[in-house]
Design a protein around this ligand. Structure first.
Ligand code: SAT
Ligand code: MN
Length: 585
């Protein structure tokens, strides 16, 4: 196979002459090809087969122990002008960056096969989708890309028809952390990644293309590429609302995407359109329509069990590639809090498990699995038109301050709510427990351009339609004085989502406060859960003095972006501060 697209053929030649592979394979995306990759990796020891009876068609990959996560400090946006990357990104001059990595790519595929993977982010027949081609020397990447994106012949056909694609060059190199770089050249629609095989660093369709490069493209073309899950909520009356939600890591994104409603809400149907990334386009009808550019999930394994997230648990029973989990005596995958009554025998590094040494599964161990395995997969995920979004929901982990839920007053205020998102770091993260990290729209590591311009782009939608989604903020993590969580979370979050949907349908009134609209205490249904009306009051309380402090902290954060900050957003901040002051006075 080769291609009718000259630019692609030329690029493949160029890369081959630099990297010097033994041979070149154009991926067709077939199941047979996937099986060939798997067989080859089983032979080389890159994969091992897991217990066929308990976990049919599942495999385990053990990565290099130094290569288990994204590397934000080695990830660069190499725009021509440093200011375009902004203080929210590492920046390197594009010429310097090309030179630096091209030297590392020289001869790096000797003795290896070079795979050319044409792919399409989004349904293959959707005008909202975008093309890419990843060149890699890793069969693990080929197999995982097959799960995560629409790859192969249909994607190549699309590229040949449309002529445009994002270029992604990847090599695992020698996995030396000193020679690891993830470079983005947004003006050239080019990604170069070397030295890592980990998901976000190596499956270039995901964060590199669908967020960093796509966010840049989206700004030029007038749409939004966001770090959001997309979920469908069908009411007992048969009305479906789709909502898009952005949360920093460790805030329960996968749980929300696959939420199982509690007993009292059995009449509701929850379906997953996407678990991580959302591309939003304003259409002629004035609504924002969303597609999930991916076709698979790349999720954190530990903590997933029958009770915390039965849908996720069932999703990964078959057809999953596990990376860095432990295994039991009879070769079943095992991880912390799997809670299946079994014991790990071997840890993620391949050593006999010893609790003294560390966990069986790496805390960032992952699964890759086709989205269609999800018992609540929404067929709308394949709809070329996408789904219309009724509400955008931002969230974070805040032990006090942010109430359980509030609604922004209008679009511009909602942009402020998103831009000022922050989350407490968990004890495991560098910086220590309780520290607040600003993570606007949960895009801190993923926005491919200056956040100030990004906020301005969000604001630019305001006058374009009167049917934009309502914007909300949720906080499942508020605690009492003793540090106990006030809200049960997990499936019970459905109670909050129901309020959000009812607000979208105009079926509920709300209480206006300086921070936005809050539910009346009795409007969040607590039937069947142990949440007293006092607790509900606490969950929905707004402390003006604390919020004034927060406004100062947000202002300070925004000042990092200097003159580029949109005045309209600063004006929103002033408006909110004044409202709080008059409340406190
Ligand atoms: O590797 S991903 O970026 O896709 C997931 C993560 O590390 O957050
Ligand atoms: Mn993510």
């Amino acid at each position: 196979m080769t291609t009718k697209n000259d630019a692609l053929a030329k690029w493949v030649d160029e890369v081959a002459s630099r990297t010097k592979p033994d041979n070149i394979v154009w991926c067709d995306g077939s199941d047979a090809e996937f099986d060939r990759m798997v067989d080859q990796m089983l032979d080389s020891g890159t994969l091992t087969r897991l217990n066929e009876e308990t976990n049919p068609n599942c495999y385990l990959h053990r990565s290099d122990p130094s290569d288990v996560a994204r590397v934000e400090h080695l990830t660069y946006v190499c725009s021509k002008d440093k200011e375009d990357a902004g203080p929210n990104n590492n920046w390197m001059d594009p010429d310097e960056a090309h030179k630096k990595v091209d030297d590392l790519f020289a001869g790096c595929m000797q003795g290896r096969t070079m795979y050319v993977i044409p792919y399409c982010m989004g349904p293959i027949d959707s005008p909202l989708s975008r093309n890419g081609v990843e060149i890699t020397d890793s069969p693990y990447v080929v197999a995982n890309m097959k799960i995560m994106a629409r790859i192969g012949a249909p994607a190549l056909e699309r590229i040949e028809r449309e002529g445009t694609f994002v270029k992604g060059l990847h090599s695992t190199g020698d996995l030396d952390p000193e020679k690891r770089f993830i470079m983005h050249f947004p003006e050239e629609l080019y990604i170069k990644s070397i030295g890592s095989g980990y998901g976000g660093n190596a499956l270039l369709g995901k964060k590199c293309h669908a967020l960093r490069i796509a966010s840049w493209q989206a700004r030029t073309e007038g749409w939004l590429a966001e770090h959001m899950l997309i979920v469908g909520l069908e009411s007992p009356q048969g009305e479906t609302h789709y909502i898009a939600c952005a949360f920093p890591s460790a805030c329960g994104k996968t749980n929300l995407a696959m939420l199982i409603p509690p007993e009292q809400y059995k009449g509701w149907k929850v379906t997953t359109v996407g678990d991580d990334i959302c591309w939003l386009h304003l259409r002629d009808d004035g609504r924002l329509w969303a597609i999930n550019p991916e076709s698979g999930y790349f999720g954190v394994v530990p903590g997933t069990n029958e009770w915390s997230n039965k849908n996720a648990y069932d999703t990964l029973k078959s057809d999953a590639i596990f990376t860095n989990v432990g295994v039991t005596e009879n070769n079943e995958p095992w991880w912390e809090e799997k809670d299946d009554g079994k014991e790990p025998a071997i840890d993620w590094k391949g050593n006999p498990y010893d609790a003294e040494v560390g966990p069986a599964a790496h805390p960032n161990s992952r699964f890759t699995v086709p989205a269609k395995n999800n018992p609540v997969y929404s067929p709308m995920a394949d709809n070329p038109d996408g789904v219309p979004i009724s509400a955008v929901v931002f969230g974070g982990r805040r032990k006090d301050l942010a109430p359980l839920v509030y609604e922004a007053k209008d679009w511009a205020h909602g942009v402020l709510v998103g831009a000022s998102c922050a989350s407490e770091m968990t004890a495991a993260a560098i910086g220590g427990a309780g520290q607040i990290r600003r993570d606007p729209m949960a895009m801190k590591p993923f926005c491919g351009y200056n956040f100030a311009d990004y906020f301005a782009h969000w604001l630019s939608f305001e006058g374009k339609s009167d049917k934009l989604p309502k914007i909300f903020h949720v906080n499942w993590f508020r605690r009492d004085q003793d540090g106990k969580f006030l809200w049960p979370g997990f499936g019970e979050n459905m109670r909050v989502l129901a309020w959000i949907v009812e607000r979208c349908g105009g079926q509920r009134d709300a209480r206006e406060t300086p921070i936005g609209f809050l539910p009346n205490v009795e409007d969040i249904d607590t039937d069947g859960i142990d949440v007293s009306s006092e607790t509900m009051q606490a969950l929905l309380s707004v402390d003006p003095a604390k919020w004034e402090q927060e406004m100062l902290a947000i202002g300070e954060y925004f000042s990092e972006f200097g003159d580029r900050m949109p005045q309209a957003l600063l004006a929103e901040l002033d408006k909110m501060s004044s409202a709080l002051q008059s409340k406190a006075a």
